[in-house]
Design a protein. Structure first.
Ligand SMILES: [Fe+2]
Ligand SMILES: [Fe+2]
Length: 163
């Protein structure tokens, strides 16, 4: 970041980097569990569920990259120690079922994860509103949040029942 850009965020960059790093941890965790569930899902509808999980995992990976890029621009470093990923996360686990043929339980766990992510980004947006002058991070987070909402809807539609 250049001098002027640093000046604009200097009062709050450290705290913002922490918030973005926690979201970064959430995204990496989602990639891990979604890809795992996509491989393990069994049953007649498993290919549909797996392809939605693969699609979401790809988006979550992009989110992690976008957050990492912004963290670096702000003068920080994305979490470098993998053992910190779970303790730093807001949503540390996707609570998948033991029975991989229970596609509804897989979908409910993933919907919970998407809802957790929506809350995380809503909180960061509220926090940024108070700070009032970081349109660049705002744009990144707003874009990610929109995709989390699309994921929630996609998985709700596949589940096909009220949850
Ligand atoms: Fe995400
Ligand atoms: Fe998502």
């Amino acid at each position: 970041m250049g001098k002027k850009a640093r000046e604009l965020v200097k009062d709050f960059a450290d705290e913002l980097i922490k918030l973005l790093n926690k979201a970064y941890a959430d995204e990496l965790i989602a990639v891990f569990y979604y890809k795992h569930a996509a491989k393990m899902a069994k049953g007649l509808n498993a290919p549909n569920v797996a392809s939605a999980l693969e699609k979401a995992a790809k988006d979550e990976e992009e989110h992690a990259d976008e957050l990492a890029e912004r963290i670096i621009q702000l003068g920080g470093e994305p979490i470098r120690d993998f053992s910190k990923i779970v303790p730093e996360a807001n949503c540390p686990k996707v609570d998948l079922p033991d029975d991989w043929s229970n596609l509804k339980a897989i979908l409910r766990a993933v919907i919970d994860a998407e809802r957790c992510a929506i809350d995380v980004y809503q909180k960061i947006i509220d926090w940024l509103k108070n700070v009032g002058r970081d349109p660049v991070t705002w744009h990144v987070v707003r874009h990610i949040m929109q995709e989390e909402m699309e994921h929630e809807e996609m998985f709700e539609t596949i589940l096909g029942e009220d949850y």
